[in-house]
Design a protein around this ligand. Structure first.
Ligand SMILES: C[S@@+](CC[C@H](N)C(=O)[O-])C[C@H]1O[C@@H](n2cnc3c(N)ncnc32)[C@H](O)[C@@H]1O
Length: 219
C-alpha cells in the first residue's frame, strides 16, 4: 500500500494528547472576527477575556476593538499583563483577583483537544458571547454533534475564505497550511445558526508590525 505524503496531508496539524497546542494566531484573523463577524455587537465599551493568550497575538488585536482585555494562559509565555490561569479549573472572581469582575465576551483560539470544554466554560461566564477560532473539521463528528452542536449550536459559523497559517511555537507571516479555520460564535439570546463567509481581508487587515513585534519567548 502506498503512503500518502502529499504536502496537504503532511502539513495537517496534529499534536500529542498532552500538548499545550502552542499555535499562535495571525492577528488579522482576529481583526476579521471583529470587522466581519461581530458586526452589530458594538464592542466599544465592552470587556473581553482571552483565556489561552499565549504570546498575545490575539489579545493585542482584541484591544483595538474592546475597551478592556484580560489575558491569561495556563503557561507563562512572558506576556506583560497576562496572568497564569488554567481556564478549566473551577474559579471565583476573587481567585482571579480582577477588580470589577464581569466579562462581556470570551474569545480565543483554544487548544484543539480542550475546545469543547473551553466553549462550555466560556458560555457559563461571558455576559454577551463566546467566539472561538477552530479548525473547520471541528464541525464534524458524531460525539461532538451529540454533546455540543445538537444541544447548543453556535449562533454564527464564519468560515474563512482564505487560509490562516498557524505553525507550532511561533507566529508566522509566511507559512502555508492545509488546515481550514472558522470562527464559531455563541451569542446570548440569539437562536438559530447563521453560516457566513469571511471575505478575503488578510491584505487589508494585516500590518507589518504584527510580525515585527513578535515576542520570541520559548514555551
Ligand atoms: C492554539 S494556542 C492559541 C494561542 C493564542 N490564543 C493565539 O491565538 O495566539 C493554545 C494555547 O492554549 C494554552 N492552554 C492550553 N491548555 C490551557 C488551559 N487549560 N487553560 C488555559 N490555557 C491553556 C496553551 O498554553 C496555548 O498558549
Amino acid at each position: 500500500m502506498s503512503q500518502n505524503t502529499s504536502s496537504a496531508v503532511m502539513q495537517q496539524r496534529s499534536e500529542p494528547h498532552d500538548s499545550l497546542d502552542d499555535f499562535p494566531t495571525q492577528p488579522w484573523a482576529t481583526r476579521a472576527l471583529c470587522e466581519h463577524v461581530l458586526t452589530g455587537c458594538n464592542l466599544t465599551g465592552k470587556t473581553v477575556w482571552e483565556p489561552a493568550c499565549n504570546r498575545g497575538h490575539m489579545s493585542d488585536p482584541l484591544g483595538e476593538y474592546f475597551s478592556a482585555v484580560w489575558a491569561s494562559d495556563v503557561h507563562d509565555y512572558g506576556l506583560d499583563g497576562a496572568f497564569r490561569h488554567d481556564f478549566l479549573m473551577p474559579y471565583t472572581p476573587r481567585m482571579l483577583n480582577i477588580p470589577g469582575w464581569g466579562v462581556d465576551w470570551i474569545i480565543s483560539n483554544p487548544p484543539f483537544r480542550l475546545a469543547e470544554q473551553f466553549i462550555a466554560q466560556g458560555r457559563g461566564m461571558a455576559g454577551e458571547g463566546v467566539a472561538m477560532i477552530v479548525r473547520t473539521s471541528f464541525l464534524e463528528g458524531v460525539g461532538r454533534y451529540e454533546k455540543l452542536f445538537s444541544k447548543n449550536p453556535p449562533s454564527i459559523v464564519a468560515q474563512f475564505s482564505e487560509r490562516v497559517p498557524m505553525v507550532k511555537g511561533r507566529l508566522t507571516a509566511t507559512g502555508s497550511t492545509a488546515t481550514s479555520y472558522c470562527w464559531l460564535v455563541w451569542q446570548k439570546g440569539v437562536a438559530g445558526t447563521k453560516l457566513v463567509w469571511i471575505p478575503p481581508c488578510r491584505k487589508k487587515l494585516e500590518r507589518p508590525e504584527d510580525y515585527a513585534a513578535y515576542r520570541e519567548v520559548a514555551a
